[in-house]
Design a protein around this ligand. Structure first.
Ligand SMILES: [Zn+2]
Length: 58
């Protein structure tokens, strides 16, 4: 699956994240620009699907 845009999954493209107390801070994944590129910190969400718990079992 390919995302339509390289929108950052961590901040959903806003460039900002908020902790559980509501404090907002710049997203460290995309660097605050809201775009996630492979050169940024890799997010192991759906890049690695065939590993660990998803081993093929014949
Ligand atoms: Zn982000």
């Amino acid at each position: 699956m390919i995302e339509r845009n390289n929108r950052c999954k961590a901040c959903e493209g806003t460039g900002m994240l908020a902790d559980d107390e509501g404090w907002q801070y710049k997203c460290s994944v995309c660097g605050g620009d809201g775009d996630f590129f492979p050169g940024d910190n890799p997010e192991p969400t759906n890049r690695i699907n065939v590993d660990e718990n998803n081993r093929l079992l014949d």
